[in-house]
Design a protein around this ligand. Structure first.
Ligand SMILES: NC(=O)c1ccc[n+]([C@@H]2O[C@H](COP(=O)([O-])OP(=O)(O)OC[C@H]3O[C@@H](n4cnc5c(N)ncnc54)[C@H](O)[C@@H]3O)[C@@H](O)[C@H]2O)c1
Length: 260
């Protein structure tokens, strides 16, 4: 199937790792010109025509700078994938500091809000575009271990629907993809969520991940997700093939949420 993404300019945040890296690679393979934004160097997945922008998305000044760079280099923006995010394993509400709450919201909500604010006027100028926000099953399955992250991912849903309501009539669609547990460096990097959960449960990283997808989040597919599972849905949702899809949420979670 041709996703009709040839020469489309797509901004992907969090493109140095995991779901964002897989998304950048797939979109590039589909012919898009990808701008990968990350606090870490984006050194794979962008092809010869792509652009890497190294920036901290929790800095309120970053989104306008990123969008100015995209315009300067590529002249337009057809889609924005707000993917950057992350979490720390928590042990109790009582142990989460005010600074930690604010940092979690800055990364998982305000970065996407500010990037959307910077990108929408440019999309309006060129007649439309597609906004895609990467949420989390945690927003609907809050627990002790993820409570600030769950709380910060929830308003992304309201943001996306509000953006869709205001701007779909002007050609800008807005949708959310909801990954469930997905095997990325978020789990596997040393000191990452896998190690943090292992420390909380007094076990090793592999056992902690197994417990996550069998007890905490039993997955109907019987396998943890892979970055490409999410990237393939993201690519469809930013493509013109999904032109009738807006204000929607797409679960890519192995059935963790199994919503009716
Ligand atoms: N992996 C999962 O199980 C899972 C499940 C549900 C939702 N998600 C969501 O999917 C998205 C991608 O997660 P992932 O698993 O690929 O994680 P990851 O840790 O592999 O990748 C996240 C990327 O975001 C970048 N990033 C983090 N903070 C940043 C900042 N301040 N400025 C710029 N870049 C920053 C990191 O450098 C990294 O490259 C996140 O929004 C995450 O919340 C992941």
């Amino acid at each position: 199937m041709d996703l009709q993404l040839t020469d489309k300019v797509v901004v992907v945040t969090g493109a140095a790792s995991g779901i964002g890296q897989a998304t950048a690679r797939l979109l590039t393979e589909e012919g898009a010109i990808v701008v990968g934004v990350d606090r870490d160097p984006v050194d794979t997945g962008l092809g010869a025509r792509g652009t890497a922008v190294q920036a901290d998305l929790t800095d309120p000044a970053t989104p306008a700078q990123v969008i100015a760079t995209v315009l300067e280099q590529h002249g337009r923006i057809d889609a924005l994938v707000n993917n950057a995010g992350g979490l720390h394993a928590r042990s109790s509400f009582l142990d989460i500091t005010d600074e930690q709450w604010l940092a979690t919201f800055d990364l998982n909500f305000h970065a996407a809000r500010r990037m959307s604010r910077a990108a929408v006027p440019v999309m309006l100028d060129s007649g439309g575009g597609s906004l895609l926000h990467v949420g989390s099953d945690s927003a609907r399955l809050p627990e002790i271990g993820n409570m600030d992250y769950a709380a910060a991912k929830l308003p992304l849903l309201a943001l996306s629907t509000s953006l869709a309501t205001e701007f779909s009539p002007q050609g800008i669609r807005s949708n959310v993809v909801i990954p469930g547990p997905t095997r990325t460096p978020l789990y596997d990097r040393p000191g990452g969520f896998g190690d943090q959960a292992a420390a909380l449960w007094s076990t090793d990283r592999e056992s902690a991940i197994t417990r996550m997808v069998t007890e905490i989040r039993p997955l109907l597919t019987g396998r943890i997700g892979q970055p490409d599972d999410v990237a393939q849905v993201v690519a469809y949702l930013v493509s013109p093939l999904s032109r009738q899809v807006t204000a929607a949420e797409w679960d890519v979670d192995g059935g963790a949420l199994r919503r009716i």
